[in-house]
Design a protein around this ligand. Structure first.
Ligand SMILES: O=C(O)CCC(=O)C(=O)O
Ligand SMILES: [Fe+2]
Length: 330
């Protein structure tokens, strides 16, 4: 099996935090040197991934093999895109998120939920309709390069997560959990009255998993045991969170963690989310609790759905604070 051979991976569990300040105090730092060379090291990573996915639904990965300069260039490229003149950006403006490349604002503009303070440039990575010259000139090289690297790392993670569930390493990949991936390049402008709104209101992701690169500004928080906890920026880290569809197919074993982004009046913030999901154009594949994980003591808690039905329901509902999973419960 292909595995990480040269790069160390350390997972930083969001484990110890200062409850009084509701911030992450000491991240427990696990050194995963030799993941590819040493089977014991790999097993140790798998057990850390399992623990974090069951308990938090969130973890940060460092020494993952994506070079720091690629992460840096990506954040700068996305900032350059969003800081262009509106006249330039409006060429790409659309509310149709199925297009290969779109610039949009408030995906849930017409839903009843409150509006969020942010814009997004989205790339449907699976669409082979995107030609290199279609990418905006200010980030033409870095977006596909980052996309390639984050996909590669994500495929490794799908293997680790499959193994963490006691399944064959290829199980999640064989379920096509990556064939409709989307890269969401967010920009949260400085907000004059941040107490009146949110960058992104509390939500879980309509994904299998999400891999997020955030800049140094901060504002991302996760809800854990009724407290909002800051996910402090680490320049070389990627934040991984379990999505709703992963919670559904693991029959609640892995947790889809609610998270939000605060608006701020200090500086604009950039983040890039890679949504791992199945191809939304496919109406055939059904996603329900994985049979191998079920037993008499663990009967299915959700009905089967197509990925597109899940996402359509999620988008129509908007970020109203109610889990989309409720709708799919048996
Ligand atoms: O901007 C962030 O840090 C998070 C974005 C997010 O939650 C999302 O794209 O689903
Ligand atoms: Fe999210």
């Amino acid at each position: 099996m292909e595995s990480i051979t040269t790069d160390e991976i350390r997972l930083q569990e969001l484990q110890a935090f200062d409850e009084t300040k509701a911030g992450v105090k000491g991240l427990v730092d696990q050194d995963f040197t030799n993941i590819g060379k040493d089977p014991n090291a790999r097993q140790e990573i798998i057990s850390k991934v399992r623990e974090a996915s069951e308990k938090w639904g969130f973890f940060q990965v460092v020494n993952h093999g994506i070079p720091l300069n690629v992460l840096q260039d990506m954040k700068e490229g996305v900032l350059r895109f969003h800081e262009q003149d509106t006249e330039v950006k409006k060429e790409m403006y659309s509310r149709d998120l199925t297009k290969p490349l779109v610039f949009t604002s408030n995906f849930d503009l017409y839903s009843p939920a409150p509006l969020n303070w942010g814009d997004t440039f989205a790339w449907n990575m699976a669409s082979n309709a995107t030609k290199p010259e279609d990418f905006p000139v200010v980030c033409r090289d870095i977006i596909p390069e980052y996309g390639r690297q984050v996909m590669k790392l994500g495929m490794e993670l799908l293997e680790l997560l499959s193994e963490a569930l006691g399944l064959d390493p290829n199980h999640l990949k064989d379920m096509d959990c990556y064939k409709g991936n989307m890269l969401l390049c967010h920009y949260y402008p400085t907000c004059p009255e941040p107490e009146l709104t949110m960058g992104t209101a509390g939500h879980c992701d309509p994904t299998i998993l999400t891999m997020l690169l955030q800049d140094h500004i901060g504002g991302l928080q996760i809800l854990h045991q009724d407290k909002w906890i800051d996910v402090q920026p680490i320049p070389e880290a990627l934040v991984v969170n379990i999505g709703d569809v992963m919670q559904l197919i693991t029959n609640d074993r892995f947790k889809s963690a609610e998270h939000r982004v605060l608006a701020n009046n200090i500086a604009p913030r950039v983040s890039i989310a890679c949504f791992f999901r199945a191809d939304l154009r496919s109406q055939e594949k059904l996603y329900g609790p994985i049979k191998e994980l079920l037993s008499d003591d663990n009967p299915p808690r959700y009905r089967e759905t197509t990925f597109v039905d899940f996402v359509t329901y999620f988008n129509a509902k908007g970020l109203d604070g109610i889990s989309a999973l409720q709708h799919f419960k048996l």
